[in-house]
Design a protein around this ligand. Structure first.
Ligand SMILES: [Zn+2]
Length: 346
């Protein structure tokens, strides 16, 4: 085959007068013929090349994954897929799996820096203006005090730093006149709901208590918020009144003339107003008022912005029964959380 074809080529060249053109044609024809004759070896080479490329990709994928550790981010997916594809076809299975676990470790490590990036990225857009509320609240510390406890403590304590006025350390609170639910139970249930909502929204949260069996006076509760450096101290309570018709929510803070922490009045007042507004908007209950008083130990001892939230009256049948439902408790917690958002949003 080859000789015959080459001879024909030579004859063709002889016929042609132009040597250079002929030589070029001859070369081209020869190469074409040779490639045409070597049908068998070519595909083999091709397959090797292809497999070689796959191996190269595979091999390069592994180091890529390792490199990814440093930069982090997008590559997380790559190492996960690569080892899976490698393992199946590769004959050198023994070696491959050894690498695989290494790659498995890689994405795990990749996740860490990714997470690190996430929080730092969240505050970044803040100054850009996006959702002002979200930006301002990120990382803020809310200390939640679920009012009262199972057993009250009638021992006395000063109602403020260096005060001569003594008050009971803590009471067990009121009770639902129609449901029989103790206030300390209701308070903790809503407090825990509030806690989870705030955590979801990016706040840091410290709970003064998570069980009913504690012995914490009102001043000690305030001290927990002080020592933690709370951005706000939110105290959850429910109300009572001799008149069962009285209903609605209200919040409490110090007066602007409080002898212990009047400097915190503007912030406490704003916090109280924000929560009262948001809670009533969410729950649809009567909005009473922000009560300013300097008679609360748990407020007087505060060195951080504080509010007492009186969610509703357990002496009013409608509210007592409402506050006994999961649905209304969810609304109370969401309303308080929205109020805290509003406080930090401005
Ligand atoms: Zn109470």
């Amino acid at each position: 085959m080859r000789l015959q074809i080459i001879e024909k080529g030579i004859q063709f060249i002889k016929k042609c007068g132009k040597t250079i053109a002929a030589a070029a044609i001859c070369l081209t024809a020869t190469m074409l013929l040779l490639s045409g004759c070597s049908d068998k070896p070519d595909p083999a080479e091709n397959s090797r090349l292809l497999s070689g490329e796959h191996e190269v990709r595979t091999a390069s994928a592994t180091p890529t994954g390792e490199e990814m550790l440093t930069p982090a981010g997008t590559p997380t997916i790559t190492p996960t897929e690569a080892p899976g594809k490698e393992t199946t076809p590769t004959p050198a299975a023994t070696a491959t799996p050894t690498i695989t676990p290494a790659a498995t470790v890689t994405p795990a490590a990749t996740v860490t820096p990714a997470a690190t990036v996430t929080p730092s990225a969240t505050p970044t857009p803040t100054p850009d203006g996006g959702q002002s509320g979200e930006s301002n609240r990120t990382g803020k510390l809310v200390v939640i005090d679920a009012g009262h406890q199972r057993k009250g403590n009638n021992d006395k304590e000063p109602d403020g730093p260096n005060s001569a006025t003594l008050k009971a350390k803590v009471s067990s609170g009121t009770t639902g006149h129609f449901t029989g639910i103790p206030e300390y139970e209701l308070n903790l249930i809503v407090a825990k709901k509030l806690q989870s909502i705030l955590l979801e929204r990016g706040y840091r949260v410290i709970m003064v208590r998570e069980t009913h069996d504690v012995n914490l006076s009102n001043s000690e509760r305030a001290e927990i918020a002080n020592k933690a450096g709370a951005d706000v101290f939110v105290r959850i309570h429910a109300n009572a009144n001799d008149n069962s018709d009285v209903n609605g929510a209200e919040t409490l803070c110090q007066t602007k003339n409080n002898p212990y922490n009047s400097a915190l009045y503007p912030q406490s007042r704003k916090l109280s107003q924000s929560i009262l507004d948001a809670l009533c908007a969410e729950c649809g209950c009567k909005k009473r008022h922000v009560v300013e008083t300097d008679t609360m130990s748990g407020i007087n001892w505060c060195k951080v912005p504080v509010t007492i939230v009186e969610m509703g009256f357990m002496t009013n049948e409608k509210e007592d029964r409402l506050m006994a439902t999961e649905e209304y408790r969810d609304k109370l917690a969401k309303g308080i959380a929205d109020g805290i958002d509003a406080y930090f949003a401005e």
